[in-house]
Every structure is written in C-alpha cells, then in structure tokens.
Design a binder for this molecule. Sequence first.
Ligand code: AMP
Ligand code: MG
Length: 487
Amino acid sequence: MPIDNSFAELPPAFYTHLRPTPLPAPYFVAASPKAAALLGLDPSDLAHEDFVAAFSGNRVPPRAKPLSAVYSGHQFGHWAGQLGDGRAILLGEIATADGPVELQLKGAGMTPYSRMGDGRAVLRSSIREFLCSEAMAALGIPTTRALMVTGSHQQVVRETIETAAVVTRMAPSFVRFGSFEHWHYRNKHEELKILADYVIRNFYPQLEGGDNPYLALLSEVTVRTARMIAHWQAVGFMHGVMNTDNMSILGLTLDYGPFGFMEAFDVDHICNHTDQGGRYSYANQVPVGHWNCYALANALLPLIKDTDAAQAALDVYVDAYGEQFDALLHAKLGLATVQENDRALFDDMFKLMQENHVDFTLFFRTLGELRVDVLPDGGLEADAPLRDLFIDRPSFDAWAVRYRERLRQEGSRDEARRIAMHAVNPKYVLRNYLAQVAIDKAQQGDYSEVDRLRAVLDRPFDEQPENAAYAALPPDWASHLEVSCSS
Ligand code: AMP
Ligand code: MG
C-alpha cells in the first residue's frame, strides 16, 4: 500500500511525527465496502490480519510518515487555545480516482496534543462514528468516511470501563477551521499563509492565481458550510459539537461524537447531553455554522486584508443556506416548481410537526405516499398512515388540503411524485437506539449487527421490506438513552 503524505511536506511546526501505540490482540469489527471501493480495496480482505494490524496502528506501512496535526479552536463559543490530534494519527494518503485520500487512525494512542486524554477511543463511539459516516455518505451528505473499525480488549476508562477501538477515517484533508485559528491567535502570519496556500493548492486549485485567493477561500468555505448544514437540517441530523475544531475546511461533516437524528420533532432538540445550554440544538446549528465561519474569517483576515470584503463573503451564508434548504424542502415535498406561498406551507408543516411531536423521518417518508386525487370523503382513510402520526388530526387535515391544492396547481402526478420523494426522504436513518442495539451486541463480542445495520443504512432510500423493523419508532427503553461528549 503506497503511502504518500503531502501534509508531512508542510514545515514541522504543523505536526509531530510519531507512531501509533500498539493495542493488544487487535481484532476486526467492521468494514465499509463502499469506502474500501474508493481505495480500490476488496472489503473482504480488510478482515485479514495484515489489515487489522495496519489499521489498529500495530504495523505501520514501510514508507509511511505518520503524524498528528496541531490545531486550536473555539469550544462552545469560548477560545480553547491549543488542541490538536489528541488521539488521531494520520498514516498518509492513497491515490484514488478522485484524488488523494488521507487515512487517519482515530484512537491510535497518546500524542503531544492529548492534554488530559488517554489517546484512545472506545468501541461504542467508534462504532457510532463508523456507522454514521457511512450512513451520511449514503444520504448524499458531504462527510469524512470510515473504512473500518478494529477493536482490542484493552480497557479504557470513561463513565464506566469500556474497551479500546480504532476507526480508520478517510478524507481528502482533515484540516479544520481551528487549524487556521491556531496560527492567527499566535500571531504567526507566515504559518497562516503556508497553511492557506497548502489548502488552496491541494483542495481549491481553481482559486489559485485570483485577485485575492484567501478571500475566495473564505467565500467558498462559507458557501460549502452553509450547504452542508442545510443538508443536515433537511434530514434531521444534529452534529452535537459544532466547535470550530470540528469544522472541516472542505465543508465535510467531521468528528462524529454525540450526534443524533431528529425523532419526535422539536426545533430546540439538543442531542448532546453535555450541551446544557443548547448551543448546538437543531435550530441553532444554522446560526452557529455562520458564527463558525466568522471565526474562520477572523483567522484569515491577516491574509485577506480587507474587512469589508470578508464581511461580504460571510453575508453570503444566509442566502446560500436558505437557497439550499429551500431546494431540499421542495424536493422533500415533491414540489417541482417554486411558488410564492411555499414558505408558509413549509412553516406551517414544521409548526404542526412540532406541536404533534411527529417523527421527522417517518413523516417525510409517509408523505410520499399521499395521493392527490382521493375522493372527497375517501381522503381521511387514504391519509390514515400520515394522519395517525398527529395527535391533532383536524389541523393536519387542514394542512393536507392546502398541500393537495398546491400539488394540483402544478399538475403533480402521484406515482412520479412518490418515486421522486422516496429518492430524497430516507426510510432508514441511524436512530440512536439502532446504534445502541449494535453496540450492546458488539460489547458482547457479536459484531454481526454492526454490519447488518451498516448494510441497511447503505441504501437509506430503498424500501427494503425485509428490514422494515429498522425504520420503526424508538422503543420505550430508548427514551433513557443519552449521548455525551464522552467517547
Ligand atoms: P472532540 O470533542 O472529540 O472533537 O475532541 C476535542 C479535542 O479533545 C481534540 O483535540 C481531541 O483530539 C481531544 N480528545 C478527545 N478525546 C481524547 C482522548 N481520549 N485522548 C486524547 N485526546 C482526546
Ligand atoms: Mg474533534
């Protein structure tokens, strides 16, 4: 496996070379065939002991120059100073049809940036990151990828004693907003420029040679971030820890921890138990994404050198988000045209979902089954699966009258719309309880459910009648599930 490392060509101040700390008796947990295919690997080979040794960090490929990168960041709105890869080690990059992809081992042992941490990741959080990375990719949402998970019986102390695992992550780059903030706050403008030039040269080559490539970088990242968050909102994904050190300079969903998918709809839902104030609630993700772009702009300002232009680049966030979210909503409702009153139709829909605690995923999926041409008094029966999601059915009925009217206006055809809506409204998302079932089994040594769940989430838009149980509402016991920053 040839392993180059272009990040290692940056000056030494950007990272520390080091080797992963071996884990005792590493074993195979799961692999993603789609991620493997991106690298031209046969997924069945990944269970082989050579790959398990390589991706647990126990055997470093010969020419690799592994390293951990330094970065800083704002955590929960406060400047946190230096952070860095406290438990991640970049092995290097592999050439693919889409350009070089970096392979990073998360949980590979202590680094100079570990601070109080132990450099490890637990099996529970590694399975969650693995499943969600691949599920998001299958949903068509920009994300880092996860190739595989290896485990070890080595004990790791969290709230309870758990065991260690390593996720092999993939992305063109793991550079974060916080990577830029790091140099800005240290007043190291030379390093700031080196990093910006590196990112532009390797990942935004179209911006090279322009008037103000750093301003163009800010613009591009702002737009990508806004669009990424619009995709999150449209599928009910909540990241949970949108600190600037978890914001990818490529606009990818990065660092899966206490994330969640919206179930009973509540715009103020907080998925991260540690986030007492709800800074990263569902609704707040949108302004926080903007705030994070401000932090990036502030860091890039010594290079951009034009405050007004930077401000203008940031202002684009609101429209970029709005346009993307609006387009996604039109698709989710099967609307082929844009009309004046659509905004009110959407707002009232979300209001009803909120008041009735309607399951986000189930609502949009079931909405695709709605028929426009029901007989006047046959409507209620035809809508039964959808109506039944609401406590206040008359209010739903009133909204459905408007929705049907809107569909008739554009001559919408039931069958074509159903197909189009099912292609954008997933039937299957990574509900917390599904992940928990897979994790509970894995902690007993049975990894089969991780793979089964991965396979279901690999085709989120397909009906998969044999897997319908995976689309079910959370069972009662799941209401006690809490996810926190502990990982
Ligand atoms: P996160 O909230 O997982 O994005 O992590 C925030 C910072 O804490 C990053 O710099 C991580 O590398 C670091 N970190 C988190 N957990 C650990 C750990 N167990 N050991 C070392 N560093 C960690
Ligand atoms: Mg992080």
